[in-house]
Design a protein around this ligand. Structure first.
Ligand code: NAD
Ligand code: TYD
Length: 354
């Protein structure tokens, strides 16, 4: 271990955003040891990381963020300097059906991670240590037609998912103020890009268009989300991990608001072109369905603190990012086939337990 300049545990590294963060850190920082701790729930997919799994500075450890003994053993084994905490239950619709699962993972799991980090680093000294909590803009609630969420917008979560993330955010700062744990946090807008599980809007629509299935748009489709390319979120996390202020909080977003229905039309147009369908063909699949209960109307992130204080900017415009995303799904049929059949859940046993 002694040869690595930093040893970082990334939780939830087999998920959508986590896998992009793992890839970025493993490739950009060969002198860092990156340990991916993931329980491999339905959302964890090690096929996302096939390209990094042979790298010398990458290790996968299966484990649950709620398991105090396992997390403590890993701290003792690797002597981490940092934690980048992404593991969570992340889908609003699932949180409406099973809120307690979100309390367990997002609240209790985060508190367990904070507690083990605090216990281990209290013995070693907090100097040079960092606990980075990855959170969401949804903690701020829902906006009307105007205005933006800033870092000082009062919390007003409205779904079980956002309430669980809001609670975990409060515990992160409670550990900072009460025990001196060095922490940093970011609250990001909706992400899109490759390796996104097809229960979320954009990958679900892409997959359904390919398979000529109905495109379920909730309510009137006039809810607004602010979208960021997932690889840009990963570079923001890199910037904030290395340069963010101790105890700091940063909003992450690209000033890129879209109504759901406009995104679905945009995707239909791109897909008609890529699949050689007549213009307007895929849009015939659009089906308005019953709205999500308590559906937040609008999210919009003001990311100017991150832009001006740390110099981070997103790299892609939305149309360009969507094209890239569609291309990825069309050329990674095997990934989507394994996800929809459930085969991806056997990858760990097949590759790691041989
Ligand atoms: P995801 O659902 O794709 O991945 C979550 C990962 O966490 C999976 O690999 C899963 O196996 C793992 N996990 C779940 N429970 C675990 C447990 N108990 N122990 C260990 N691992 C566990 O989520 P995502 O979309 O990649 O989101 C990652 C983080 O970013 C979350 O904290 C989420 O709240 C936050 N976030 C997401 C978005 C977005 O648009 N997806 C936007 C802002 C913030
Ligand atoms: P989602 O991808 O679930 O992210 P979040 O709820 O965290 O913003 O949903 C994005 C938006 O798309 C949200 O307003 C709900 C809407 N939506 C649909 O209209 N149809 C769908 O099938 C899904 C999954 C989402």
């Amino acid at each position: 271990m002694a040869n690595y300049s930093k040893k970082i545990m990334i939780t939830g590294g087999a998920g959508f955003i986590g896998s992009h963060v793992v890839r970025l850190f493993v490739n950009k920082y060969p002198s860092y040891l990156i340990v991916n701790l993931d329980a491999l729930t339905y959302a964890g997919n090690l096929e996302n990381l096939k390209d990094v799994e042979g790298k010398a500075n990458y290790v996968f450890e299966k484990g649950d963020i709620l398991d105090e003994q396992r997390i403590t053993e890993l701290f003792e084994k690797y002597d981490f300097d940092g934690v980048i905490h992404l593991a969570a239950e992340s889908h609003v619709d699932r949180s409406i059906k099973d809120p307690l699962a979100f309390v367990r993972t997002n609240v209790l799991g985060t508190v367990n991670m904070l507690n083990v980090s605090k216990q281990y680093w209290s013995k070693k000294g907090m100097e040079g240590k960092r606990f980075y909590h990855v959170s969401t803009d949804e903690v701020y609630g829902s906006l009307g037609e105007t205005g933006f969420f800033t870092e000082t917008t009062p919390y007003d979560p409205r779904s079980p998912y956002s309430a669980s993330k809001a609670s975990s955010d409060h515990f992160v700062f409670a550990y900072h103020h009460t025990y001196g744990l060095p922490v940093v946090m970011s609250n990001c807008s909706n992400n899109y890009g490759s390796n996104h599980f097809p229960e979320k809007l954009i990958p679900l629509m892409i997959n359904n268009i390919v398979n000529n299935k109905p495109l379920p748009v909730y309510g009137k489709g006039d809810n607004v989300r602010d979208w960021l390319f997932v690889e840009d979120h990963a570079t923001a996390i890199d910037t904030i991990y290395h340069n963010g202020e101790n105890g700091g909080k940063y909003n992450v977003g690209g000033f890129n608001e879209w109504k759901n229905i406009d995104i679905v039309h945009l995707l239909c147009g791109i897909m008609d072109r890529k699949l050689n369908r007549p213009a307007g063909e895929s849009a015939k699949l659009i089906t308005f369905v019953k709205d999500r209960p308590g559906h937040d109307h609008r999210y919009a992130i003001d990311a100017s603190k991150l832009n001006t204080e740390l110099g981070w900017k997103p790299s892609l415009q939305f149309e360009e990012g969507l094209e890239k995303t569609v291309d990825w799904y069309l050329s990674n049929e095997e990934w989507i086939k394994h996800v929809t059949s459930g085969d991806y859940q056997h990858y760990y046993e097949e590759q790691y337990k041989k």
